[in-house]
Write a protein that binds this ligand. Structure first.
Ligand SMILES: [Zn+2]
Length: 460
């Protein structure tokens, strides 16, 4: 069983510029077995017994993307999202691997037993490959070793109140216990931080008009991120063998701390989200709680600095932080930012979002692949199999028409609760087909993108 994909524009690991190539994938093993620097198309696509030949012509072939920060919320909250719809949305956007967050499911992924429950509920439901982050909460440090042995890729913790009883935040003294355990157990693990922290000197919250986006923004000032990242850099220096990762950086004011830590050679990495790169506080209407997330979307000037930091490598990667809820939980009729559930839904739109915004700034698709695929695979410890079109890697491929435009409407949204701040926006870059381990997982020509296909994603 062989999949052959040929195109005049293939993004291979050693160049940011696409070039003619043909990729062969052994569908039985799911691995890329040959990359030939030649286009062999003749305009035809055919499926002949065990041979599947796809001529992508001028369309761009890129490695399947790795979204290392997604809340699938199952079990427990599968009416918010779930493995079936979440992974279908991923496939439709060219994401072939996603790593699920430990929070927002019930039980949360804070013990090896809970991980087992989560894996059982995911089985048979995944259109793309799914890996799992574990959770670090007060007093679960002895679970970190068993969770790593059971396959988690690292751990997520919060430095600020989560509002979720099963997933409290950790204090600095909790973190010393967790970090010394990690230092002992594994040289390749990573601690991911929700990097906002209230300290005695944090500016006071203001809540005069709960519909005002500006007031919501001032209730989560940049200082909360700066203080948290200062602590993270200090912890990293204390436990130098444990990698630390800043989740969803929003405040550009923290960039100097990150640059200094990286200059010292710290194992510190940073992600930001599509919404911090593509949206600005100035454009968010009052009461529009579909934009609410924490840390918040900040001003346009802040956004430009985040782009600069991506380009110069201070920020390593870009993820969705797809964090959906029931539409009712956004309380759109009241537009109360203080009460609405926090989280922006975007799974499946990320590639088009970053390409639409990035091309205005002279960014290449090769750079986008580095931020959304190579670097995120590295973060999740998957660089040997994911993120690049290379012999021996998994046959995860995306065919993208970079010039096609579309207006985001509910029909483009495959996730369960179809509420997103991007609805109505015109985006460029349309995913035509997505292959996971050599098998078709999404085809824009099919009804619903997948009618007649079977989910073939694996649990990592
Ligand atoms: Zn998140």
């Amino acid at each position: 069983m062989l999949l052959t994909v040929t195109s005049r524009n293939v993004l291979l690991p050693d160049s940011d510029l696409p070039r003619p190539a043909t990729i062969n994938v052994d569908i039985r093993t799911g691995k890329i077995i040959e990359v030939r620097l030649q286009y062999i198309g003749n305009g035809a696509c055919r499926k002949n017994g065990d041979l599947h030949f796809v001529d992508a012509g001028d369309k761009v072939v890129l490695p399947g993307l790795v979204d290392a920060h997604v809340h699938l919320e199952e079990p427990g909250n599968q009416d918010w999202e779930g493995f079936w719809t979440g992974t279908q949305a991923a496939a439709a956007g060219g994401v072939t691997t996603l790593i699920d967050m430990p929070v927002d499911s019930s039980p949360p992924t804070t013990t090896s037993r809970n991980l087992h429950i989560k894996r059982r509920s995911a089985r048979g439901q995944c259109w793309v490959d799914v890996g799992f982050w574990g959770g670090a909460i007060p007093q679960n440090e002895t679970e970190l070793g068993p969770l790593l042995s059971a396959g988690v890729k690292g751990f997520k913790c919060f430095l600020i109140d989560t509002g979720i009883e099963e997933f409290p935040c950790v204090s600095e003294s909790d973190l010393h216990k967790h970090m010394s355990h990690l230092q002992h157990f594994s040289k390749n693990s990573v601690m991911i931080f929700h990097a906002e922290m209230q300290t005695a000197s944090s500016p006071a919250r203001r809540q005069l008009n709960p519909r005002s986006y500006q007031e919501f923004l001032s209730s989560r000032p940049k200082e909360l991120e700066v203080d948290a990242i200062t602590l993270i850099a200090r912890l990293q220096a204390t436990y130098p063998s444990v990698s630390c990762h800043v989740a969803h950086l929003s405040a550009a004011a923290a960039l100097p701390i990150i640059r200094a830590a990286k200059d010292r050679g710290s194992k510190l990495s940073v992600e930001t989200c599509f919404h911090y790169l593509c949206l600005s506080a100035e454009d968010i209407p009052d009461g529009a709680t579909e934009y609410k997330c924490t840390p918040p979307i900040r001003e346009d000037s802040n956004r430009n600095l985040l782009w600069d930091a991506l380009v110069d490598g201070t920020i390593d990667c870009v993820i969705s932080d797809h964090s959906p809820c029931l539409v009712e939980m956004k309380g759109l009729e009241h537009g109360n930012f203080m009460e609405a559930w926090g989280g922006v839904s975007s799974l499946g739109l990320g590639l088009s979002l970053l390409w639409t915004e990035g091309r205005k700034r002279g960014i290449s698709l090769g750079q986008i692949v580095r931020w959304m695929s190579i670097k995120t695979a590295e973060l999740a410890g998957l660089s040997d199999t994911k993120g690049q079109l290379k012999v021996g890697h998994d046959g995860d491929l995306v065919i993208l028409d970079p010039e096609s435009e579309f207006k985001v409407s509910k029909e483009h949204l495959y996730f369960k609760n179809k509420l997103t701040p991007y609805e109505g926006m015109t985006l460029r870059g349309l995913v035509h087909k997505t292959f996971v381990r050599g098998r078709l997982a999404y085809d824009s020509a099919l009804q619903d993108g997948c009618t007649g296909l079977q989910p073939s994603g694996e649990l990592l």
